[in-house]
Design a protein around this ligand. Structure first.
Ligand SMILES: C[S@@+](CC[C@H](N)C(=O)[O-])C[C@H]1O[C@@H](n2cnc3c(N)ncnc32)[C@H](O)[C@@H]1O
Length: 224
C-alpha cells in the first residue's frame, strides 16, 4: 500500500495520548481463510467472510480516521488452508492502516500471502504493529489472560451500562462472527472466568458490537 494514499489513516488521536489501559477485541472468525486465495471483488463468498474481520478491525482501531492508541484487534482465523492463525493489529504501534473494507482486505491478502509463500509464521517485516502467529482460540485466550480482565460479549449477560469493567485494567472483549461462538468456545470462556456482558437482547453485527463497546467505555472515561 502506498503510504501517501488517501485511503489510509495515520498516527494517533491526540486526545488519547495519555490512556494507560487498553481494550483488546478478539473476534473468532470461524471460516476466515488463512491464505491469500480469495478475490477482493468477491470478498464475502471467496474468503470465508474475511469481510467481517476487515470491518471489525476498522471498528476496533479507527476513530475519526485516526488510529486509536488504546485498542488492539485480534482475529482468530480458523478457515482453510492453514488454520489456526491469530492476526494481531496493535493500535499502540500501528503507524498507518487502511480505513476502507477493500483496503483492509488488500492488506490482509498481502500479509497472508507473504506468510504462506515464505513459510514464515511470525514475522510481518513490512508492517509495524501487525503480527501473525499460530495459536488456537483457547491458546490465545490463555495467553492474554495473564494480565487482562476477560469479558464475553453475548446477548445474555450483564448490561454493559452497569457492568463492572475496571477502566484501569487492560480489558479483553471476546465476540463471535456471523456464526457466533460454539458451546465448546463458551465452555472455554467459562473455565477462564470470563464475565458475560450484554448490549441488550438484540443481536448486532460483530463490527457494530465493537463500536458500541468503545462508545460505552469512552463515555465512562469522559466522566472520570
Ligand atoms: C452477528 S452476532 C452472531 C449471531 C449468531 N447468529 C449468534 O447467534 O451468535 C456476532 C457476535 O456479536 C456479539 N453480539 C451480538 N449481539 C450482541 C449483544 N446484544 N450483546 C453482546 N454481544 C453481542 C456476539 O459475540 C455474537 O457472537
Amino acid at each position: 500500500l502506498n503510504p501517501g494514499s488517501e485511503s489510509q489513516a495515520f498516527g494517533h488521536n491526540n486526545r488519547r495520548r495519555s490512556v494507560a489501559s487498553t481494550r483488546t477485541f478478539v473476534l473468532k472468525a470461524s471460516e476466515a481463510h488463512t491464505s491469500d486465495d480469495f478475490k477482493l471483488k468477491d470478498l464475502p463468498s471467496s474468503s470465508g467472510r474475511l469481510d467481517v474481520v476487515c470491518r471489525c478491525s476498522i471498528a476496533a482501531l479507527l476513530d475519526d480516521l485516526q488510529i486509536r492508541k488504546d485498542s488492539i484487534f485480534i482475529g482468530v482465523l480458523e478457515g482453510k488452508p492453514n488454520a489456526p492463525l491469530c492476526l494481531r493489529l496493535d493500535g499502540r504501534e500501528l503507524r498507518m492502516m487502511p480505513f476502507s473494507e477493500i483496503g483492509m482486505a488488500d492488506m490482509l491478502r498481502r500479509i497472508l500471502g507473504g506468510h504462506y509463500e515464505h513459510g514464515r509464521e511470525y514475522a510481518i517485516p513490512y508492517w509495524q504493529g501487525v503480527s501473525i502467529e499460530r495459536k488456537s482460540f483457547a491458546e490465545l485466550l490463555c495467553s492474554v489472560l495473564a494480565s487482562n480482565a476477560l469479558h464475553y460479549l453475548c446477548e445474555e449477560g450483564e448490561d454493559i451500562r452497569t457492568a463492572d469493567v475496571d477502566m484501569k485494567r487492560d480489558n479483553v472483549f471476546v465476540l463471535g462472527d456471523q456464526q457466533g461462538l460454539t458451546v465448546q468456545d463458551e465452555e472455554i470462556l467459562e473455565k477462564l472466568g470470563a464475565k458475560r456482558i450484554s448490549l441488550g437482547s438484540l443481536s448486532y453485527l460483530s463490527s457494530q458490537v465493537i463500536t458500541l463497546v468503545h462508545d460505552e467505555l469512552d463515555r465512562r472515561l469522559s466522566k472520570t
